[in-house]
Design a protein around this ligand. Structure first.
Ligand code: NAP
Length: 530
């Protein structure tokens, strides 16, 4: 497939009228052909109007049709073949295996949501049949189900050019809910975005859906992104990126005449607590696993272990020495783009210049290496200095971590209390050791979306039980996950149909239960007909 630099609006590929730009290869710093175009706010309006026009049809389309569409999206992405992999590698600096893995994850997500749609549990159907003879008042017939919110804006994330971008988790879950999607593509991988959009446009056509079900708009966040979020027809937003960007969108959405939900995932320090016995038993092994997790994807994961907490001891010294030795051998890696590389090196410089912070170890230098490279870094600070300085809770988006050394359990617990909401929290404990840290574990669990034991937080499984979210500021709405099948609930709202004629009810609410889905009928979970 050829990259044209056009935008996808209402099924048509159209030149953007707000200027041109080119993608940049972060491994070389060179521009990549061809020249690409940016959308105007007028073009945003056209795309939003098309999404609104498609919304009613898509919301009411059968579950079978929606599942067919999701599976067609996955098939068409795979059909792009090597051209997609090569372009994504050139635009992101990520290796082939990672991009191929991400493609598999993207298609896996789409197929998972197709299964979720067919199962119908997300509809949460509840039926209370009429009780005409009830005293003192009769009960009407009441039927409840979840339905699509309406057009959703998705901001492609820079750090997952496939799995959290144009056809990523936000898009797949919005489609599964029955919502048209307008993607504001990330300028870090625009060619990749266009190729995936070509695949989705084919899937829309193949399954006979209205063209406005999916659009791709490229351009600046402040213009294109803001225009999309402000459009009255838009009913929700999905975003992964910086705290500043996410909060700007939350503010914009709340200031609309009709405020709408914005589901942002804005990063996390992902604290890892190393308990004393565990360090005594295996400081060196856990140090090696920690460095591997820290450097995965050059640290550009929202679940990167950016903070380690432990109580001072000879075993902790062994852990610091082993981590430093391992980290010093890590080659500098190519980061996603120049902005992210600069933000990373500025972030490390800012943290390392704070009172009490000591730079313990750095990875291999990137001097003489081409491209936008990031160097691994380990810093340490005492719990007292950490608690006194909120600057130290700033995310360094890259392969850097800050180790908090605590005098005792009380200080460790206070340091955890100083943390804001996190995507993940991890405890490393020897057999039976956790029982002595009951309260500490409870305190940590109240600050995270996912609590792990003896593992590392990188590697987010896409499945039914995943929570990728957490208390603010990890996410703007702590009640929802952005990864896994439960992500669908962000884009649904309940509706109740009262005394509705049987022949006009949607299939999921009909007495005969033609879809054989699970329903709560007069308080009983059943797949039986009424
Ligand atoms: P970003 O700057 O937040 O941008 C993400 C998307 O939001 C882009 O499409 C951007 O548009 C748009 N945007 C940003 N600010 C906006 C605003 N005020 N109004 C409307 N739209 C806006 O994130 P990024 O480019 O991916 O990376 C920058 C930094 O974000 C990283 O250094 C890192 O600290 C953090 N980050 C965190 C995660 C995470 O998982 N938590 C992931 C990626 C990045 P433009 O195209 O105009 O930039």
């Amino acid at each position: 497939m050829k990259i044209t630099g056009k935008l996808l609006i209402n099924g048509q590929w159209i030149d953007g009228q707000a200027g041109t730009y080119q993608a940049v290869n972060p491994a070389t710093g060179e521009s990549i052909e061809p020249v690409l175009s940016k959308a105007t706010t007028g073009q945003v309006k056209d795309a939003v109007a098309a999404a609104e026009a498609a919304a009613s049809f898509f919301r009411r389309a059968s579950l079978e049709k929606r599942a067919e569409f999701l599976r067609a999206c996955a098939e068409e992405i795979m059909a792009l073949g090597d051209s997609l992999v090569e372009r994504a590698m050139a635009e992101s600096g990520l290796p082939k295996a990672r991009i191929e893995g991400e493609r598999a994850r993207t298609c896996g997500q789409l197929n998972l949501f197709a299964d979720v749609v067919e199962a119908g549990d997300f509809l949460d159907v509840r039926i209370d049949t009429a009780l005409p003879d009830r005293q003192p008042l009769p009960r009407p017939d009441l039927r409840y189900m979840n339905q699509a919110l309406g057009p959703v804006v998705v901001f492609g994330a820079s750090n997952f050019p496939l799995a959290f971008s144009v056809a990523g988790g936000d898009t797949a879950s919005a489609f599964a809910a029955g919502c048209p999607v307008l993607v504001k593509g990330h300028s870090s991988h625009p060619g990749t975005s266009e190729l995936v959009a070509q695949a989705l446009a084919k899937a829309v056509k193949k399954t006979g859906l209205p063209a406005g079900v999916f659009s791709l708009l490229m351009g600046s966040g402040r213009e294109v992104g803001s225009a999309l979020v402000s459009a009255p027809e838009v009913k929700a937003v999905g975003f992964t990126g910086s705290f500043g960007g996410g909060m700007a969108l939350v503010k914009l959405a709340n200031e609309r005449p009709e405020p709408i939900p914005v589901f942002t995932e804005m990063g996390s320090l992902n604290p890892v607590v190393m308990l004393p016995k565990l360090l005594e038993n295996s400081a060196e092994q856990v140090a090696e696993a920690f460095v591997a997790s820290l450097n995965m994807g050059v640290g550009q994961f929202c679940t990167n272990p950016g903070l380690v907490l432990a109580i001072e001891s000879p075993a902790l010294e062994r852990f610091i020495d082993a981590t430093s030795a391992c980290l010093a051998k890590q080659p500098a890696g190519v980061m996603l783009n120049e902005g992210i590389q600069q933000a990373y090196s500025n972030g490390v410089a800012a943290i390392s210049s704070q009172p009490g912070v000591v730079k313990q170890a750095v990875g291999e230098s990137h001097e003489g290496k081409s491209g936008f490279c990031g160097q691994s870094t380990l810093m340490t600070v005492s719990a007292v200095d950490f608690i006194a300085n909120p600057e130290l809770t700033e995310e360094m988006f890259g392969p850097a971590s800050l180790l908090i050394t605590c005098k005792d359990l009380e200080e460790l617990q206070k340091a955890i209390c100083a943390l804001r909401g996190q995507l993940t929290g991890t405890i490393h404990a020897a057999d039976g050791e956790m029982a002595d840290y009951d309260e500490l574990i409870d305190v940590l669990s109240q600050r995270v979306g996912r609590l792990l034991i003896n593992g590392f937080p990188t590697g987010v499984e896409v499945c039914h039980a995943m929570v990728h979210g957490g208390p603010f500021p990890a996410a703007s709405d702590t009640r929802f996950t952005s990864v896994g099948s439960a992500a669908i609930y962000r884009f649904l709202r309940p509706i109740c149909l009262q005394n509705y004629p049987q022949e006009l009810l949607p299939e999921q609410l009909q007495n005969s239960n033609p879809l054989s889905i699970w329903r709560l009928v007069n308080g009983e979970r059943t797949t039986k007909a009424i």
